[in-house]
Design a protein around this ligand. Structure first.
Ligand SMILES: *Cc1c(COP(=O)(O)O)cnc(C)c1O
Length: 219
């Protein structure tokens, strides 16, 4: 199947309230252009340099999402154009995004990444840290970021019950923090291997790479 066929098939089966981020990391400009021609406008990248290079050469109505781990010293390169940063995993990083947003005269939409997997390697806030971060955000001093919701990655496992439980936990946190916060409307969970479970558990945004573009040589 072609990129267009795979993309169309996925788009047809997604519930209308679920936003698709086409994860184009490691993929060429021509592969991205094929998905663009099929109507896709939101693309996700996980490396700053690659994101900047693709933003420079590809159509300007693409909304670029930074989905990977973001180092504070690289925020400045994407602050002027990025549409959503999924992986804000510390307050220090959020403050840096706020500072760069101010310099660019923008309010930068962000998601706070929550650690829900059993693997020690995945980044993110735990519940206590998240609560603390939301308290600080609610004080309103960070005026150039807008926290739109949460993002999480489930454990890489074949166990559907485990993945389901991790997504359910993230959804429960999302529901808790959504109460009374109008702009808090995005729950980014689900990748190619687990997005159906994620949607079942209330995801509003899925990040799909290999199911659209085929497998990557390097991840
Ligand atoms: C690579 C990546 C994805 C997409 O993974 P696939 O399994 O190819 O769908 C989603 N989210 C993040 C954070 C990623 O790094």
């Amino acid at each position: 199947m072609s990129i267009t066929q795979r993309l169309n098939q996925i788009v047809e089966t997604l519930p209308p309230e679920v936003t698709l981020v086409a994860v184009s990391k490691t993929k060429s400009e021509s592969e991205i252009t094929e998905a663009y021609a099929a109507g896709q406008r939101i693309f996700g990248e996980n490396k700053v340099q690659e994101l900047v290079r693709k933003w420079e050469v590809l159509p300007k109505d693409i909304q670029w999402h930074m989905i990977g781990h973001l180092q504070r010293n690289k925020v400045k390169y994407i602050a002027g154009f990025v549409s959503l940063i999924h992986g804000v995993d510390t307050l220090r990083l959020l403050r840096e995004v706020d500072k760069r947003g101010a310099q660019e005269g923008r309010i930068i939409p962000c998601l706070l990444q929550v650690h829900i997997a059993q693997e020690a390697t995945k980044f993110g806030f735990d519940k206590a840290e998240l609560t603390q971060a939301m308290d600080i955000i609610d004080q309103g001093e960070l005026s150039h970021v807008q926290v739109r919701g949460l993002m999480g990655m489930a454990t890489y496992t074949d166990s559907a019950p485990q993945i389901r439980a991790e997504f359910q936990y993230l959804k429960s946190l999302y529901d808790t923090f959504q109460t009374g916060r109008e702009a808090f409307d995005t729950l980014s969970m689900g990748m190619s291997g687990d997005y159906l479970l994620a949607i079942e558990q209330g995801s509003t945004m899925v990040r799909l790479g290999s199911s659209i573009f085929g497998s990557r040589n390097t991840a």
